[in-house]
Design a binder for this molecule. Sequence first.
Ligand SMILES: Cc1cc2nc3c(=O)[nH]c(=O)nc-3n(C[C@H](O)[C@H](O)[C@H](O)COP(=O)(O)OP(=O)(O)OC[C@H]3O[C@@H](n4cnc5c(N)ncnc54)[C@H](O)[C@@H]3O)c2cc1C
Length: 320
Amino acid sequence: MSATRAVILAAAQNNWLKERASRYAFVRKSVSRFMPGEYLDDAVAAAGQLHSRGLGTVFTHLGENIADASEAEAVVEHYLQVLQRTRAESLSTEISIKPTQLGLDLSEALCERNLRRLLSAEDPTRTLWIDMESSPYVDATLRLYRNTLADYPNCGVCLQAYLHRTPHDVSALLPLKPRIRLVKGAYREAAEIALQRKPEVDARYFDLARQLLTSQMNGLVRRAILATHDPRLIGQITQFATQEGIRREQLEVQMLYGIQRAPQEQLASDGWRSSVLIAYGTHWYAWFMRRLAERPANLWLVVRNIARSKSSSRSTIELK
Ligand SMILES: Cc1cc2nc3c(=O)[nH]c(=O)nc-3n(C[C@H](O)[C@H](O)[C@H](O)COP(=O)(O)OP(=O)(O)OC[C@H]3O[C@@H](n4cnc5c(N)ncnc54)[C@H](O)[C@@H]3O)c2cc1C
């Protein structure tokens, strides 16, 4: 892991910085590059535009590591409202939740109850995704997934290619016919836990992507999503799919809102499934810092916005 990335990821966990960041217009302006706004209305408007261009969408309401059960309850209530709203708007949007947002730090049982409430309200033809957080949560998240998958086959989980354990986790999940969203991994992890070098992570990602796509073809995986912005990997994966005779509508690439917009649309117009995860909400600090860490060149965006905010007479900039 590069020193810059390590410093940004350490800053992502710093409460002092977190409390101050949102006060600055240049930070809020930089965040707006990666999210359409703080409110559900903003996400719904963005989803409508993306659907009209042939892209699928997934919503995630930002927030993690809530401190008491009433906060988890508010998160559940919010997502129930999202499910109603997207249905009313005829949007085929799915949702992706973080276990610590549903109370995993408080109790696994509480988190599972909350997840089940959402699953029972979700349309069974849509996948409800469970995000994967940092490595101490992986075992509990996979337990949660196994427990709920038995009753809700439309539940899906994210797996991180950089973890040494992930090839084993994939093999262990296959007999359950899982839905898996494969990512590289966004957290600061020690060398004993995760691969540190990009070429190694990329090679691991490609191996797992091939395994998931082949397993999807053989019916062992219900749905595989390749969530990456990496143009080289996406090229390798689409080439593999073509060689193996995988139909274009059977391969889905997912990216984050605001990143690689042109390639997102290109994939869709070439006939592959392409979808966008839209994050929104007021608790964006840690999430935004992880986006900076993924591409330290994004720091220039922040620097540019500092320069602009100094030359601007406006004291606040709306997050839109
Ligand atoms: C839909 C989706 C869901 C995710 N869910 C999770 C999750 O549950 N748990 C988890 O740990 N991680 C999650 N991630 C984040 C993921 O782990 C990676 O940190 C992130 O996707 C960056 O890795 P990459 O595959 O794009 O490749 P990288 O090698 O990081 O990037 C490849 C190229 O993509 C572009 N790019 C990548 N990131 C950015 C960025 N932030 N800003 C601008 N350009 C960028 C750059 O051109 C870069 O050169 C998710 C990512 C996506 C797309």
